[in-house]
Design a protein around this ligand. Structure first.
Ligand SMILES: *Cc1c(COP(=O)(O)O)cnc(C)c1O
Length: 381
């Protein structure tokens, strides 16, 4: 990726930089993989930068929301309500009412108590809510403990065994209509076998449902496709061909069934970088530290999940040293990388933390009374 370093010089650091050309390239590559009955919803919790949202919305994707606030942001960004899915284990009444009033595409329901409340509120507003059940397929995604969501012990979804009973309960209610099944097994998944296993589980489940004469028009397989954090320049795009072909090959859809995907990281991860300035080089007893002006408040993934982002010195390629790259926050977990090989780095150099487009800026906090980082796009600079 080429960075407009001259334009960076007078900006206050740290800030996020989004390369919209790469974003568009990713969106085009996704479009090329889609069959007529495939629908992609962007998981907007990954990044809500307005310009990023505009590109995604204009490319024709729908949205996947996990809160009322996200539904509001999507509608404001121009996503049609009919393309919004709403997931989450703890939907508040006002969030459900907002979704009912704006007539979104579908609620992804995670429990019977939630279904009852949706039915009640829909009745109050004279609506029929379209719902899909989020099923926990007990597929262990080979990813971090905190980013796997489809295993039996996770809080997400309804167990496979309770599926038929839940759909029958739903069919007996007056103001909800069950239109589909929803799955989401985790995030940053690079092993396509996790997705092919998911497909086989869905196939089994569809057969069970058919024996009860239940055929639902929509299958939603969630998101989770991972990106290359180690070498973003080698793989600026996620492996979309492998991902979509796994579903084309293994998932047995019934005639007319629509297939939905909810991708977040795969769409925006690689186009974003966190740009920071070096404050000090500190010689410790056993380590050399590069202290930068970005911290875990700006990019929490390393502290939260032990994630690692490629670190690039944008100001110099000369020399080679090994550093721990750390932020200014008063927490020992405020470390971006240990024993990281970098060119000889000095105060004032610009540093890029790569692949930070997803779950970066959106997770920023004001801990230590810091200012939230701004976000610029390649077009806006
Ligand atoms: C977070 C989330 C996604 C997107 O996950 P990615 O790993 O970013 O693709 C999709 N669906 C649901 C229900 C989610 O919570």
């Amino acid at each position: 990726m080429q960075f407009p370093i001259d334009k960076f010089q007078h900006l206050r650091t740290p800030f996020y930089y989004y390369d919209t050309a790469l974003l568009d390239q990713t969106l085009n590559a996704i479009r090329q993989q889609l069959l007529p009955n495939y629908h992609v919803h962007y998981a907007i919790k990954a990044c809500t930068h307005p310009e990023v949202l505009r590109h995604i919305q204009e490319s024709g994707l729908g949205a996947d929301c996990v809160s009322g606030g996200e539904i509001e942001v999507c509608l404001r960004a121009g996503f049609p309500a009919g393309k919004i899915a709403f997931a989450g284990v703890g939907k508040s009444d006002w969030e459900i009412e907002l979704a009912l009033q704006t007539d979104i595409f579908c609620f992804n329901v995670e429990s019977i108590p939630e279904l009852e409340v949706i039915n009640q509120l829909a009745k109050k507003h004279g609506k029929v809510a379209r719902v899909a059940f989020r099923i926990n397929p007990n597929v262990g995604a080979h990813t971090h403990e905190y980013t796997t969501t489809g295993r039996a012990e996770n809080k997400f979804g309804i167990a496979m065994e309770d599926m038929v009973g839940t759909i029958q309960r739903c069919q007996a209610m007056s103001n909800v209509e069950c239109i589909g099944l929803h799955f989401h097994i985790g995030s940053q998944i690079l092993d396509m076998e996790d997705f092919s296993t998911l497909c086989l589980r869905i196939n089994e489940l569809q057969e069970v449902l058919e024996s009860y004469r239940i055929v639902l028009p929509h299958i939603n397989v969630g998101g989770g496709l991972g990106i290359d954090y180690e070498d973003p320049d080698l793989h600026p795009l996620p492996n979309l061909e492998a991902y979509f072909s796994t579903f084309k090959r293994y998932l047995q859809l019934r005639p007319g069934q629509q297939l939905h995907f909810e991708l977040g990281r795969a769409i925006v991860g690689q186009c974003g970088s966190l740009i920071s300035r070096v404050l000090y080089i500190k010689q410790g007893a056993v380590k050399q530290f590069v202290i930068i002006d970005a911290g875990m408040t700006d990019l929490i993934r390393p502290a939260l999940y032990g994630a690692s982002h490629k670190i690039q010195n944008l100001s110099s390629q000369e020399g080679s040293e090994v550093y721990d790259v750390v932020g200014p926050i008063c927490e020992s977990s405020d470390v971006f990388a240990k024993d990281c090989p970098l060119p000889l780095t000095t105060r004032g150099h610009l540093i890029a933390l790569r692949s930070a487009g997803a779950y970066g800026q959106i997770m920023a906090s004001q801990y230590n009374c810091r200012t939230l980082p701004l976000g610029y796009t390649s077009e806006s600079l």
